[in-house]
Design a protein around this ligand. Sequence first.
Ligand SMILES: [Ca+2]
Ligand SMILES: [Ca+2]
Ligand SMILES: [Ca+2]
Length: 213
Amino acid sequence: MLKSRILLIAILISCLTFVSCERAQQMAGPMAPGEDTMDPTDMTDPTDMTDPTDMTDPTDMTTGPSVVINELMADNDNTIADPQGDYDDWLELYNRTDSAVLLTGMYLSDKEDNPTKWAFPENTQIPANGYLVVWLDEDHDDEEATEGLHANFKLSKGGEVALFVDTDANGNQVLDSITFGEQETDVAFGRLPDGTGDFQVVAATPGAQNMAR
Ligand SMILES: [Ca+2]
Ligand SMILES: [Ca+2]
Ligand SMILES: [Ca+2]
């Protein structure tokens, strides 16, 4: 009688140990190659596993800037109006990460010799995996233009450069730049796919996922 009780207890303990080991393995989950095991957001955000950009090229998410220039239009005639109703040049940024990024202390410019031409207003944020459109219309001082972000330069239809710049103790750091040639009216130029692809002619999608034209 005592022997069978001891045996029963032994079986129970081994069962419990087995179950808790299984649990621990399940909770750890399968690791994608190259995934950062120390990143707490990977553990808490279940969407990480279904995001195709994470699966196809995880290295792009951990190297290079968090936010990149994603799309631009240098000659907007009737594609999209700004909040004041004007058809102006625009540029779209894309946040490649699963966290919101604060753009305080960062700049946009169209001049390599003046990379800090336009500063993002304090506390400007770009949401996780989100987009931010800046109107390049020189309406930065326009008292009517309170809605939307308005930079102090435009883009040339004939082609030029757009820079996205950060500043730190070492000076200015160009996070991303795109040099583009002559642009067609109402034709957007952007990365395909978002955030990582090469710039090419795309369907205009300001503030949304880039799409083939
Ligand atoms: Ca223009
Ligand atoms: Ca405007
Ligand atoms: Ca877009």
